[in-house]
Design a binder for this molecule. Structure first.
Ligand code: RB5
Length: 171
């Protein structure tokens, strides 16, 4: 399977763990970064990771930040993304099987690495069970956001990056 993955600087080592874990399991991994611990912004990587999925370069996405909240909210702003923030295996299964989630989000400072592996495995293995009702709902959800300014625009967050570089933000 082709899997798009991204994280912020808080959990780079967790994302790197999954890049290796997925590659060793035979998946093709698109690593959208971030690649080091330098302070950055989670929406950049939520957006990049989700876009690979909705534009068809990847089959599924995985997004990770400290809590999983910021990056899942950001990924969900990409039209066609259905990112589920989960902390347990059952929710991951449900998200895929019933809600056709195409991205799983986790908090790398919240959930242990072993449980995250189980969540990812369950999400990948579980098949979506389409029903006519669910298909209708998903079509509606996918039409909710349409913003051509942001789609596939890697410079959408440049203003924030400039501010980081100028020292405008404190962690
Ligand atoms: C750091 O930017 C932190 O806010 C982020 O990793 C995440 O926990 C947000 O939900």
């Amino acid at each position: 399977m082709r899997i798009s993955i991204g994280c912020d600087h808080i959990v780079t080592e967790v994302k790197d763990h999954f890049v290796k874990y997925l590659a060793e399991s035979g998946h093709e991994v698109i690593d959208n970064g971030t690649h080091d611990k330098e302070r950055t912004h989670y929406p950049i990587y939520g957006k990049k990771t989700a876009e690979k999925v909705v534009l068809g370069a990847a089959d599924l996405g995985i997004v990770i930040c400290g809590t999983g909240v910021g990056i899942s909210v950001s990924a969900n702003k990409v039209q066609g993304a259905r990112a589920a923030l989960v902390r347990d295996v059952e929710a991951a299964r449900y998200a895929k099987e019933n809600l056709h989630a195409n991205i799983i989000a986790m908090g790398g400072r919240i959930t242990g690495i072993g449980l995250m592996e189980d969540i990812v495995d369950a999400f990948i293995k579980t098949k979506y069970k389409a029903t006519p009702e669910e298909e209708e709902v998903i079509k509606k959800i996918d039409r909710l956001i349409c913003n051509e300014e942001q789609l596939n625009n890697d410079h959408y967050f440049d203003e924030f990056i400039d501010k980081w570089e100028q020292g405008a933000y404190q962690d």
